[in-house]
Design a protein around this ligand. Structure first.
Ligand SMILES: [Zn+2]
Length: 130
């Protein structure tokens, strides 16, 4: 059994998965970080409807330093939310709370590549302790 065709989305996820596996975990990267809680709300592109909300405490020894979350749009191609830089900046400045918003830069579906962006919105709060 060979898979001759791999969808663009699956291929991107595979590459990102590999990039994630290759990165160190958060405890290794940020020695001073003692705990991290994330609060994530996913909104539709208009930013009005909240489609999903998750909040959890990150296991620093299991979580990878490539700190990314899947877009909730099941058709999204090359999107998703990468908070690696935001987290690194927060730890470097020893901040205890970081809030922000990200807009998914993927394509809404494989049929709209180069035409329609996904633009789902993530609002996040990171709570950190040292
Ligand atoms: Zn998306």
């Amino acid at each position: 059994m060979s898979h001759r065709t791999v969808g663009a989305r699956a291929e991107y996820r595979r590459q990102e998965g590999q990039r994630s596996m290759d990165s160190v975990n958060l405890a290794e990267k940020f020695h001073q970080l003692k705990s991290l809680t994330v609060d994530l709300s996913f909104y539709s592109p208009e930013g009005v409807t909240r489609n999903s909300h998750i909040k959890y405490t990150v296991n620093l020894t299991n979580a990878k330093a490539l700190f990314r979350f899947d877009c909730i749009n099941g058709e999204c191609v090359r999107g998703d939310f990468d908070l690696s830089n935001e987290l690194a900046d927060a730890v470097a400045a020893l901040r205890t709370t970081v809030t922000g918003k990200k807009c998914c830069q993927g394509w809404r579906s494989k049929n709209t590549i180069d035409r329609a962006h996904c633009h789902n919105i993530l609002r996040y709060t990171l709570k950190l302790s040292y």
